[in-house]
Design a protein around this ligand. Structure first.
Ligand code: GLU
Length: 441
């Protein structure tokens, strides 16, 4: 069986870590099984969807190295959705309703006050047909609901096992809004059928949608994909992650210098029975990836852990993979190997390399503190002009120590500060050979 999956974001905002976890799970099972991965842009909400958000979504996926085989935009498929809606109308599976949002809200509140579940009462089905005809001929715009058959729907979920949802506990879903806007369920099911989606992996907030969708698929005589519902990510305090949406958008993570492979490594293991591990390639990840190692309980996402992993990923990046980056910031070809060897131990994100290379090329920006001024002056006089080698730091500090009697921190710290402008930083023995300028004596 060919695996066909899809990732279906709405271009109404930036992707966040929760969305990308869904994309990743679908992508990983696809790659593992040699299938096809579809990017579906769920843009039926024309007013809120923008091209700019769609571009951002694609950019985020590219940044993470998630490749898709085909893009589909729901806004280009309205004709097809109308065709399916007509079929449902003919079969009396779709019925027009005229309640306003306020009326529906009142009904809801009333039911809740009576301690009853707020399920739509289907009063639109009771409108006499002559009245209905009149309303439609007068141009009154209805919204359209799918008439659910009130029965239990069951499926064997790829993540949470056996699931059963009683459709009697749900309102008949609206498929088309009063203004004609197609809603998620109808568009999604049409697309899943037409693009032969075999596996739908998404968040557990979609469990009841799945029950409705299975019934719609059956009504339309289609086969049923395999479903898997992963847990939702929460903050460390168990709060819904979407409340912190801003700081955890992929765009922000990208701009803050997070390594893409760090995010991918964390999200592909977090919430599973496997320990969080650092991966460098997708193949390593999907070889080891199984949906059934994930559970239903909400999964805590710790941004600090992501930063720690990101630094580890960066430090363990092989020279070959970072070469382009180094050349771009101006490190000459013959220096990239020693520069990376020195830099990898002291940086947290790629951007830090810019400052470090600037130090090598132009010397420190900050002048060492005055209190050690005379000592530093004496020491610098003992330092020959560059170029240096990896023994320079050792031989120089030894000589300075002999001349001044200083040892340990009192010796090393002012010298590091004088040469780098920082009290912490890279291994000085590795840095010295790269220094092209030293402070004037
Ligand atoms: N656009 C929907 C969402 O982002 C897609 C859900 C689905 O995967 O079916 O929630």
């Amino acid at each position: 069986m060919t695996i066909q999956t899809r990732f279906a974001p709405s271009p109404t905002g930036y992707l966040h870590v929760g969305n990308i976890r869904t994309a990743l799970f679908n992508y990983l099972i696809t790659k593992k099984n040699g299938g096809k991965f579809l990017l579906r842009i769920d843009d039926t909400d024309i007013e809120r969807s923008t091209q700019a958000f769609e571009d951002e979504i694609k950019w985020d996926l590219e940044w993470l190295g998630i490749e898709w085989d085909k893009t589909v935009k729901q806004s280009l498929r309205f004709e097809r959705y109308n065709e399916v809606l007509d079929k449902l109308r003919k079969e009396k599976k779709l019925y027009p309703c005229f309640e306003t949002t306020t009326e529906l809200e009142l009904k809801r509140k009333k039911l809740l006050n009576m301690g009853k579940p707020p399920i739509y009462d289907r009063s639109a089905l009771k409108i006499p047909s002559n009245e209905l005809k009149l309303m439609l001929s007068e141009g009154k715009m209805p919204h359209w609901r799918f008439l659910l058959t009130q029965q239990k729907v069951q499926w064997d979920d790829a993540i949470i096992g056996n699931v059963s949802v009683d459709l009697a506990s749900l309102s008949d879903p609206v498929f088309v809004k009063e203004g004609g806007q197609f809603l998620y369920t109808i568009a999604s099911v049409c697309d899943d059928i037409d693009f032969q989606v075999s596996h739908v992996i998404r968040g557990s907030d979609h469990i009841t949608n799945t029950a409705t969708q299975i019934q719609l698929l059956e009504t339309l005589g289609s086969s049923i994909p395999a479903y898997g519902h992963h847990s939702l990510l929460t903050g460390l305090d168990g709060d819904n992650l979407s409340k912190r949406f801003g700081s955890l958008s992929l765009r922000d993570l990208r701009l803050s210098g997070i390594e893409p492979m760090a995010l991918v490594s964390l999200l592909s293991t977090l919430g599973s029975s496997k320990p969080v591990k650092i991966f460098h390639t997708y193949k390593e990840i999907y070889d080891d990836f199984n949906l059934d190692s994930f559970g239903a309980t909400p999964t805590k996402f710790d941004p600090e852990l992501l930063h720690t992993i990101s630094t580890k990923v960066l430090k363990s990046t092989p020279l070959g993979s970072i070469k382009e980056n180094l050349l771009k910031i101006g490190v000459p070809k013959d220096k990239i190997a020693p520069f990376w060897e020195m830099a990898r131990d002291s940086i947290n994100k790629r951007e830090d390399m810019i400052e470090l290379w600037d130090l090598c090329e132009n010397g420190p920006k900050v002048v060492a503190s005055n209190e050690d001024g005379p000592f530093v002056k004496t020491a610098l006089k003992l330092l020959p002009l560059p170029p240096y080698d990896e023994n320079t730091w050792h031989s120089w500090t030894e000589e300075v120590s002999q001349k001044t009697g200083r040892k340990g921190k009192a010796l090393f710290m002012p010298l590091r500060l004088a040469l780098t402008g920082q009290s912490i930083g890279p291994d000085m023995s590795k840095l010295m050979p790269l220094l092209q300028i030293i402070p004037s004596r």
